[in-house]
Design a protein around this ligand. Structure first.
Ligand code: AMP
Length: 424
């Protein structure tokens, strides 16, 4: 057998049904907030991620799937989509009318992480990006959208954690303070952290090694280094969230793995997911579009992980089996059974169809196993009178010759619905 590639998996109907519900809810709600769907390519030039996500990020350093194309171009399967959205904004001149663009995307991302429960090498995200707005109202709108969405899909026990990472004025000051702090604890910090200290001290806060975490628990926090503008931005954002009663907690340790974040940074964590409990994350990336060669346009966005959200929500819980299964008792009944199933399916009813050639008992057992509510029986007698017998599998009751075979689709569907709804 040829197995799937490590970290890559099939999303089977039961799970993908939940995903569809999550996607449908996103499409509906995001549109209400003025976001339009963008369908982005999965493949980009490697330099797009090197320049946006950052050379020192884990993603670019060790997690990207790339290859050299036949013409020598280095290409990469996207590890995230914000960089692509920024590229599309520049390339499609999406800010021409007014600088603002509201976009959302749904699709797979690729990162060569160590696979475990809730962490895959191909995973799926739903994300929203609001470009062209620097004011805290934009951040508030986006976080409200996120909170309302989680509420709508029934995400159990999620918590929004918020931080500000400062800007080009105050972040360097903080970075220096962190570097000095790290240098005083070199003996305890892991080899990775030694490297981080050189290249990007903020990422010291991200380390998962227990000894490092203990040291970093006493590290200085960004809050105390925020400049007046950044503090005001955070203050206004918090006031707007409070006004709309969006629950959140401040977490001054959030740094985010990606280099381009400015000011607002946040994560959504869910209870009961185990180690991989982050269902979503995002923040403000005011320098990104300019860094990619576009106009100096700010932006803010989030991405939710479908693989984890599907576990953390009640959306699209598996519906029961088909409303009815059609059972032809003999070969001659196959044609009429097929026609009946087709007409009912065209009316949007979930209907099963069994092949002929087995006893009534065996057919009923199949229908029962599939969780059907009704069995529609087509035997010699039914064909003669032109009406099928319907057995209510839940109540164990027969209604002889109730379904007229040459009725129209809508008539048939309402007859079946009446039988299904017989006892509510
Ligand atoms: P990030 O783009 O790293 O901020 O991640 C945003 C969200 O995507 C996370 O909160 C997860 O829900 C999801 N996610 C990120 N990486 C993975 C992965 N390897 N497997 C599954 N979900 C992931």
């Amino acid at each position: 057998m040829i197995a799937a590639v490590k970290g890559f998996r099939d999303v089977l109907p039961e799970e993908s049904r939940r995903w569809q519900a999550l996607e449908d809810a996103a499409r509906e709600l995001f549109l209400a907030y003025g976001f339009g769907e963008i369908r982005l390519p999965i493949l980009e030039r490697t330099e797009l991620f090197a320049r946006s996500v950052g050379e020192t990020s884990d993603i670019v350093e060790k997690e990207m799937y790339g290859f050299i194309d036949r013409d020598g171009t280095s290409l990469t399967l996207r590890p995230e989509a914000t960089a692509s959205v920024a590229r599309a904004y520049i390339e499609g001149n999406l800010g021409r009318a007014d600088a603002q663009a509201r976009l959302f995307y749904i699709g797979p991302m690729f990162r060569r992480e160590r696979p475990q429960k809730g962490r895959y090498r191909q995973f799926y995200q739903i994300g929203a990006e609001l470009l062209g707005r620097a004011d805290p109202l934009a951040d508030a709108e986006l976080l409200l959208l996120l909170a309302r969405y989680l509420e709508r899909v029934g995400a159990r026990e999620t918590r929004l954690e918020l931080n500000s990472l400062g800007d080009e004025t105050c972040r360097p000051v903080y970075r220096e303070r962190l570097r000095k702090f790290g240098e005083r604890h070199l003996d305890v910090l892991c080899p990775d952290c030694h490297r981080r200290l050189e290249r990007n001290p903020l990422r010291l806060l991200d380390c998962k090694v227990e000894a490092c975490r203990q040291v970093m628990a006493d590290a200085p926090v960004m809050r105390d280094s925020l400049c007046a503008d950044c503090a005001a931005h955070l203050g206004q954002l918090r006031a707007l969230l409070d006004q709309e009663r969006v629950p959140y907690v401040m977490n001054f340790r959030i740094v985010r793995g990606l280099d381009y974040y400015r000011r607002t940074a946040f994560e959504v964590v869910a209870e009961g997911l185990g180690a991989q409990n982050a269902v979503g994350a995002g923040g403000r990336y005011d320098g990104l579009v300019a860094a990619l060669g576009g106009p100096d346009v700010p932006g803010v966005g989030f991405a939710l992980g479908l693989d984890r959200l599907g576990v953390a929500t009640s959306a699209g819980a598996l519906a029961s089996g088909p409303a009815a299964v059609i059972l032809p008792l003999e070969e001659r009944a196959v044609g009429p059974a097929f026609a009946l199933a087709t007409r009912l399916r065209q009316q949007g009813l979930s209907v099963g169809l069994e092949p002929a050639g087995r006893s009534l008992k065996a057919l009923l057992r199949s229908a029962d196993r599939r969780g059907a509510r009704l069995a529609v029986i087509l035997g010699e007698e039914e064909l003669q009178v032109g009406r099928a017998t319907v057995r209510d599998l839940v109540r164990g009751q027969d209604r002889r010759q109730v379904l007229t075979l040459d009725a129209s689709g809508p008539e048939l569907a309402s007859a079946v619905q009446a039988l299904v709804g017989a006892d509510g």
